[in-house]
Ligand binder design. Structure first.
Ligand SMILES: [Zn+2]
Length: 145
């Protein structure tokens, strides 16, 4: 433990590097836990946030520590792109889910009927449209008819 403390004291950027390692590595436990809980392979949003945070900390460490290593810098220079893209896609998918006005259940995008109570989703006022439009769009469309 003394050699670890001495190493960190000598190079304060190691704190950033170790924090990056902890954050980046923790994503595996988050994904594993989510998969075990649902008994199917899932990648929760937290996995992409931890990937993004960990890789940015590791990139900071790689760029700012005195022993710049181009291989290490390159390894983390572009990984944020798929992480941010996956977060955007996750967010769009979550917004496309439909709220059942009958029972409040959140139904998968493009559902015609609520899987819990059987309500027809797009015909009820207050429901989100199957194409992702919100309650107001559904309401105004119904009022036109
Ligand atoms: Zn329902």
């Amino acid at each position: 433990m003394d050699s670890f403390t001495d190493a960190v004291r000598g190079h304060p950027w190691q704190i950033v590097g170790w924090a990056g390692n902890v954050v980046f590595f923790s994503r595996f436990f988050v994904q594993w836990y989510a998969t075990e809980r649902l008994k199917r392979v899932v990648v929760p949003t937290a996995f992409w946030w931890l990937s993004l945070g960990g890789s940015l900390l590791l990139l900071c460490y790689a760029v700012l520590n005195p022993h710049k290593d181009l291989v290490f810098i390159f390894a983390y220079a572009f990984t944020w792109i798929p992480y941010i893209r996956n977060l955007i896609i996750h967010n769009r998918h979550a917004k496309a889910h439909l709220d059942c006005p009958g029972c409040g259940e959140i139904c998968p995008p493009r559902s015609n009927y609520c899987h819990a109570c059987g309500c027809k989703l797009e015909q009820l006022p207050g429901a989100r449209m199957a194409d992702g439009r919100g309650r107001e769009a559904a309401k105004s469309e119904l009022e036109k008819k």
